[in-house]
Design a protein around this ligand. Sequence first.
Ligand code: NI
Length: 171
Amino acid sequence: MAILDIIYYPDKRLRTIAKPVKKVDDDIKKLVDDMFETMYVAPGIGLAATQVNVHKQVIVIDVSEHKDQPLCLINPVIIAEEGSESSDEGCLSVPEIYETVQRAAKVTVKAMDQNGDEFTLQADEMLAVCIQHEMDHLVGKLFVDYLSPLKLQRLKKRLLKNMREEQRALG
Ligand code: NI
C-alpha cells in the first residue's frame, strides 16, 4: 500500500469530473487500498479519488469511531433522498476550514464495492453527509461552493493567512 498525495483547494484539478469505472480490476483494487491508507493516515472520514488526482468514480469512507468499518463506493448513484439537515463539514483538500452545509438528511445510494459487487445502502446522519460530500468531489464540487460570497471571501483570507503562517514556520 502507499500513501497518496492529496491535492488542495484552490487547485483546479479538484474541478475535474471523474469517469465511471468500467471494470473493478487489480489497478482499481490497489487504488482503493491506497485511498483507505491515505484517508486513515490523514486522518479523515472520507476521501474521493479526485482528491488524489485520479479522476475515476471511487470513494472510500469510514465514519466509525474505531476506524473499523471501511466502506468503498465505486460508481455511486443516489437513487433516493429525504429531508434536509445542516451540519459542519471539513475536507482534507481544504485543511482547517469547517463550515455549515445543508444536505439531504437521508440518502439511498447504489454502488459497487471493492470486489465489483453491486449493493444498495441507506444512510443517515454523518454517513449520509459524508456520501454526499464525497460524491460532490467526483463532479468537481467542493463544500465551500455552498457558502455565500461573503463567507467564501472570509475563507479565502483565512486560507491565505494559514499559508503564510506555514511558510513562516518553514522559513
Ligand atoms: Ni472533501
